[in-house]
Design a protein around this ligand. Sequence first.
Ligand code: A3P
Length: 300
Amino acid sequence: MIQPSDKMEQESRPTLFDFHGVHMTKYCTDNWENVQNFQAKPNDIFIATYPKAGTTWMSCILDLLLFGRTCPERQESIPIYKRVPFLELCTGFEITGKDFADQLLSTPRLIKTHLPVQFIPKSIWNQNSRIVYVARNAKDSVVSNFHFCRMDSFQVDPGDWSTFLYNFMQGKVVYGSWFDHVNGWWEKKQTHPKILYLFYEDISEGSGREIDRLCSFLGLSPSVEEKQQILTQVQFDKMKKNKMANFSTLPSMDHKVSPFMRKGKVGDWRNQFTVAQNEQFNEVYRQKMKDTTLQFRTML
Ligand code: A3P
């Protein structure tokens, strides 16, 4: 019988292609019809992000907030990618993310997606499901993405750092332009009250405060003790060691190349960008972000 890792060796990494104006790979488009026809429920909670914005962090926070008290064993026995299915994922090795979501027994369902706002299945809007969007500053996002693409064989080969950075600025990475993604969701949030738009940097600075915002958005009221427990469990070092949160059980990822839980910091980009790359990036950033009210912090 073929083992996932053997098959992965045989298959080369995916390629990028233009998909309705956004760069994507087959792993996020092969199940397109089914994903577009996904039936959301009014009490579903979606976690939407551009890749590497802290999706797993938010997934663990929400999973603990919703199920930490009633079903604590989940945290010790079910990997986070099974507690929070990845809607559009379709690798051929496991059941699709959409089928995973359909089969979830827990209520409410927590479901993650990296889709840009224009690709979100219609039923999510029609059912008025809640969406937590997490955004992370572009510089830390591109660095995190680069190292992730190196270690995960489901990602396009990133090439060297300067090539990847150039492609990122052009939007030629999976899920397309960071600028379009964060701005598209920001625009939508202005008219859609069921979107809570959070920032990785704010969670890093004050997890307790951001958990309070999540609770008022979701109508939850954890006790002081529960909240304290959540804060402890979602600390970076704790999650890094937790096999149910750190993706160490997935054969596509090689943590010796770069761990999934890599640094978990705001401002780590300064260890990766050269001075010239930073200047060039700032110029592109100014152009692309000139018409938005959206503001990011690249340092705390
Ligand atoms: P780095 O590569 O900068 O370390 P995603 O889950 O969207 O793929 O995002 C992964 C990024 O979030 C990684 O960033 C990872 O280390 C960081 N991350 C995950 N859990 C975290 C936590 N508890 N605290 C801070 N950062 C976390």
